[in-house]
Structures are given as structure tokens and as C-alpha cells.
Design a protein around this ligand. Structure first.
Ligand SMILES: O=C(O)c1cc(=O)[nH]c(=O)n1[C@@H]1O[C@H](COP(=O)(O)O)[C@@H](O)[C@H]1O
Length: 271
């Protein structure tokens, strides 16, 4: 998917919501556990109820690969279910020497037809570039993550006082463009989202951390929105586990709609 196609989806749906698919056998409603493929049934119901409000889905690969070979089959089936006009993110956090990254890219962009993949920047240019060689496919590079451990490395300052995440943002713009490179910037980071936006004015940010991790959607929009929205805001647990009962999919749809309605107002205010 191209950047202009993504922006046009955002405009059509008045939404920049990414629904995170983090399906955990321990957390899905009990009545689904007797199904042939409980994770598939769960994701299918969630997708059906949330698709009108979402412009992206982000299956987190860990929740599928934890189930072994069957989990990979489920992931393939789930990704095929997602409507083609909705952006797909393989949240796999890959990155290795170039020769290996090439095969990770093939796995997620060719064997499976994801639009994008999350990639760790730690191994540098040759670990990221192979993912950038696929037409209309995207790298979503970890820059400033939402977790507590983000402080261990990402906020370390160099002698000039520049934090490491800023160096990641600056350096990596030599490798890709706003047409094929996005950044992960966590919603829990408040004003730092604005600092990231100054360093990367055009690029889309994938912003996880609203909902279960407590990040504020209003703050994300205030500090992060640019002239083509530039944001995909993810919520996983806050949507998919909003109810643990038989009505889980309907309630997930309602949660997604609430976020979409808030996003509509924010788009009207800032765009
Ligand atoms: O790359 C990510 O998506 C990601 C980056 C980050 O900084 N923080 C973060 O929470 N995530 C992912 O985003 C999702 C957040 O889930 P919830 O906290 O349940 O909304 C999980 O799949 C995380 O793995």
C-alpha cells in the first residue's frame, strides 16, 4: 500500500486506528476454546466487528508463533481475512545481518502478504535495507518504544545532549523515505512524541500504548499529527479483551468505534 492510499483510507474512515491482534489462549473467552482453531475464530470475530473503524491491523507474531506450526497456519489464515484496503502490520520486530534480513523480508512480504513489518534498528543499515527493497512495502522501525526499558538505551544522550532515539530517527532517514519507512513512537512518551515529530516531520508513526498501557490519544494527536495525519495509533488489549464473555466481538467493535469517534474529532481539529 502506498502512503497516499493509506492517507485516503484515513480520510474516508475518519480514523487512524490500528487494531492490535494479540490473541492469547489464556485470555480469549472460554466458549471459544472448544472450536477447531480458537485463535482463528477469535480474530475472525474481532476483525468482522472492528473493520469499519480501523485503517490497520497489527497481528503480533509472538502470539501466533507461540503455538508452533499451527500458529503460523492461523496467522496466514487471519492475514487473508483482513480486507485488502486495510493496512497490515506484521509485528515481528526482526532485523539481522543483511543475508538473513532478506529472508525475513521474503517471509513476511512474499510468503505472507503483509504491507509492513516492525524492525529493530540496533544492527544498523544492512539489517534494515533488505526490507526496504520491496515495492509498496514498509519498514516500521523501533525508535522510541512505550515500555519502561526504553529508558535503558533510547534516552541515553551523546556528548551534545542528543538522545539515542533521535540518532536512530536521523540516521535511518538516509536509508528509506516517508514512502516506505515509518517509526514506532510509544503513546506513553507524551511530549517526546513532539520531539520525534520534529526529527521526522513527514514520516508516519505507529503509536502503541493507548488503552492498556495508559497513553493519551489526545496527547498523541497534539504532538504527533502532521499534514497527512502521520499517525497509526494501536490498541490491542483495550479492544480485543474489552469483554471476556460471549459478547466479546460486539464490545470490541464498540471500543474501536469510541476510539474512531475521538479520532474523527482530532482529525477535524488538527488536519
Ligand atoms: O511495535 C509495537 O507494536 C510495540 C512497540 C512498543 O513500543 N510498545 C508496544 O506495546 N508495542 C506492541 O503494541 C501492542 C500493545 O498492546 P496493548 O498494550 O495491549 O495495546 C503489543 O503488541 C506490543 O508488542
Amino acid at each position: 500500500m502506498t502512503r497516499s492510499e493509506l492517507f485516503s483510507q484515513i480520510q474516508q474512515k475518519s480514523s487512524f486506528l490500528c487494531v492490535g491482534l494479540d490473541p492469547d489462549l489464556e485470555k480469549i473467552p472460554a466458549h471459544l476454546r472448544s472450536e477447531a482453531d480458537p485463535i482463528f475464530s477469535f480474530c475472525k470475530a474481532i476483525i468482522e466487528e472492528t473493520a469499519d473503524f480501523a485503517v490497520a491491523y497489527k497481528p503480533n507474531i509472538a502470539f501466533f508463533e507461540a503455538l508452533g506450526a499451527k500458529g503460523w497456519e492461523t496467522l496466514a489464515k487471519v492475514s487473508e481475512l483482513i480486507p485488502k484496503d486495510i493496512f497490515t502490520i506484521a509485528d515481528a520486530k526482526r532485523g539481522d545481518i543483511g543475508n538473513t534480513s532478506k529472508l525475513y523480508a521474503k517471509a513476511f512480504f512474499e510468503s505472507m502478504d503483509f504491507d509492513s513489518i516492525t524492525v529493530a534498528p540496533y544492527m544498523g543499515k544492512d539489517s534494515v535495507s533488505p526490507f526496504l527493497e520491496f515495492k509498496d512495502k514498509w519498514v516500521i522501525l523501533l525508535a522510541l518504544t512505550s515500555n519502561v526499558g526504553s529508558m535503558d538505551f533510547q534516552l541515553i544522550e551523546d556528548k551534545a545532549g542528543k538522545p539515542f532515539y533521535q540518532s536512530v530517527l536521523e540516521k535511518s532517514q538516509e536509508w528509506g523515505s516517508p514512502e516506505n519507512l515509518m517509526y514506532v513512537v510509544g503513546a506513553t512518551r507524551g511530549e517526546l512524541i513532539g520531539e520525534a515529530r520534529k526529527a521526522a516531520p513527514e514520516h508516519f508513526f505507529l503509536v502503541p500504548g493507548v488503552g492498556a498501557q495508559g497513553g493519551s490519544l489526545a496527547e498523541v494527536a497534539k504532538y504527533g499529527m502532521n499534514s497527512t495525519c502521520g499517525l497509526l495509533v494501536n490498541s490491542s488489549r483495550g479492544i480485543i479483551y474489552a469483554s471476556g464473555e460471549k459478547d466479546f466481538a460486539k464490545v470490541a467493535g464498540e471500543e474501536a468505534q469510541k476510539l474512531q469517534e475521538e479520532m474523527k474529532e482530532l482529525l477535524e481539529r488538527y488536519l
